[in-house]
Design a protein around this ligand. Structure first.
Ligand code: BG6
Length: 493
């Protein structure tokens, strides 16, 4: 199986924060891969910008290092690396001062007709200042787009201020709020699975689905990002965006088509139908945790507070909750969400647990029929697994057994799974907003999450400790077991 490459038009991509972690780990390697695959036209230029004084050559050396560290050597032949590096240039510019902006203006002056993308790989506190200067220096053309990274603010109120500041310079159709989970191959596949097969839709409701679990587990701690992470925590960093987006794609009604607004209208309805976090739910349906010293796969690891160097931090590194939707389709089918750092394995999956058969025709010797389960594996080992009941082969009477029909995309298609940023960056150049969050979605997600943050702030409840390398605090297990269900833990260790 080969992948289909559709070349994009010429573009100028200006990365603010070009010497930062995101640019190094994700953006430059993703752009390189697209170049290597032949998707970038000769007129595609990448312009790095940050406060640091640096020459074009220094920036190219930085990019070469990023490619060497994050792209397999076999996918990076020397001549392709050189071609990619020749697309790069660099201008030092201060987000909050005028220094450097004139040079950037000159660089872009004679390319007003090509697609222009401004990627703000910086903190949200700088979004407004950068947009304001882009406007003031006349850099925003008809074909300009701005890409902003999450978290957009720390609450609904601050997100509103950030969105207002961006909105003064860019109209909504030019704003690309990136959530890289939407660019993951299996997340795309969730739509294919639901809307390109007739099998699932009749069953995709509370009559047949008992509950849904969404887990995004990481083995890493906060690494070099403790400064940022301590101001965010798992709820803002993962749940308000990535996990709610996964919930939306799982729960939404089929859109009329895949246009950006058709999909985003349906996701918005899901967010608006989330049952509000009332006092009772806040007390019983949500658990936050913080890891203590323990072990990862590579040996002993310190606790969050030691890593941070602040024994008083109340920031959660784990959150689990039960969400419910006010809708005909989902009434009575809860969605359990959990995410955390320093868990036993790196794993993101959506588990759709079906209800059991209504009447058992088999006798006791056959063994109990187990309900069907669909597992959508986002990472690692991307694929889909459907647990079915079958008869044990051979004589010996009717004996039932649950057996998985397991499809691993790598085995089936034998192609490299592109990183989410590769797809999303090319979507920006093409002007396709389907996989980007619209402002009202971000607002609706904050409106649901804000009461949780307020409750934590006011209550004297600290995050529950859990040992690094375990599945979070015991109360997260109790959260689901109280309802007579268990977390899906097959193959997790
Ligand atoms: C980012 C979060 O958005 O997603 C990180 O800020 C997290 O804290 C990362 O580690 C996880 O992404 P992925 O693609 O590795 O699952």
């Amino acid at each position: 199986m080969t992948t289909r490459i559709i070349p994009v038009d010429d573009f100028d991509l200006v990365i603010f924060g070009a010497t930062g972690d995101l640019s190094q780990r994700k953006l430059l390697p993703a752009l390189f891969h697209r170049d290597e695959q032949g998707q970038l036209p000769p007129g595609a230029c990448i312009i790095g910008t940050s406060r640091k004084a640096m020459s074009d050559d220094d920036f190219r050396a930085f990019a070469a290092e990023a490619i060497a560290s994050h792209v397999k050597a076999s996918a990076a032949p020397k001549e392709v690396v050189e071609r990619f590096l020749s697309r790069l240039s660099y201008y030092a510019a201060e987000a909050t001062k005028d220094d450097g902006w004139l040079s950037l203006e000159k660089e872009l002056a004679d390319r007003k007709d090509v697609v222009r993308v401004f990627y703000l790989a910086v903190g949200p506190d700088l979004f407004g200042a950068i947009c304001e200067r882009l406007g003031r220096h006349g850099l925003v053309t008809e074909k300009s787009r701005v890409v902003v990274e999450k978290p957009l603010g720390k609450s609904g109120e601050s997100a509103n201020a950030v969105n207002n500041a961006i909105g003064k310079v860019f109209a909504e159709p030019s704003i690309y709020r990136i959530d890289h989970y939407l660019g993951k191959e299996t997340v795309q596949n969730l739509m294919a699975l639901r809307f390109a097969n007739v099998l699932f839709e009749p069953l995709w409701n509370h009559n047949y689905i008992d509950h849904v679990q969404i887990t995004v587990a990481e083995t890493l701690g906060v690494e070099g990002r403790a400064g940022y992470y301590d101001t965010a925590g798992a709820l803002r960093d993962m749940l308000q965006n990535h996990m709610l987006q996964l919930l939306c794609l799982t729960a939404m009604e089929p859109p009329s088509c895949l246009s950006a607004d058709a999909v985003r209208d349906e996701k918005l309805k899901v967010l608006k139908s989330l049952k509000p976090m009332t006092a009772e739910r806040l007390e019983h349906h949500i658990v936050r945790g913080q890891y203590r010293a323990g072990a990862s796969q590579s040996g002993p690891v310190p606790g969050y507070l030691e890593e941070l160097g602040n024994a008083a931090s109340e920031t959660e590194t784990f959150v689990a909750l039960k969400a419910e939707l006010r809708s005909w389709r989902w009434n009575g089918t809860p969605f359990y969400l959990r995410t955390g750092k320093r868990l036993p394995s790196r794993l993101s999956e959506i588990v759709v647990q079906f209800r059991n058969i209504p009447h058992n025709v088999f006798d006791i010797a056959a063994g109990p029929p187990m309900p069907n389960r669909l597992v959508i594996r986002l990472q690692p080992n991307e694929g889909v697994k459907l647990d079915l009941m079958i008869k044990d082969p051979g004589p010996g009477g009717m004996r039932l057994q649950q057996v998985p029909v397991d499809m691993t995309f790598k085995e089936v298609f034998n192609v490299r799974n592109p990183d989410a940023y590769e797809r999303l960056l090319m979507d920006v150049v093409r002007g396709n907003q389907t996989l980007f969050m619209r402002r009202d979605e971000v607002d609706a997600a904050w409106a649901w999450v804000d009461p949780i943050l307020d409750y934590w702030k006011l209550s004297h409840d600290m995050p529950k400790p859990y040992t690094a390398g375990t599945w979070g605090p015991a109360s997260a297990i109790a959260l689901i077991e109280r309802d007579g269900r268990t977390w899906h833990d097959e193959g997790l260790l």
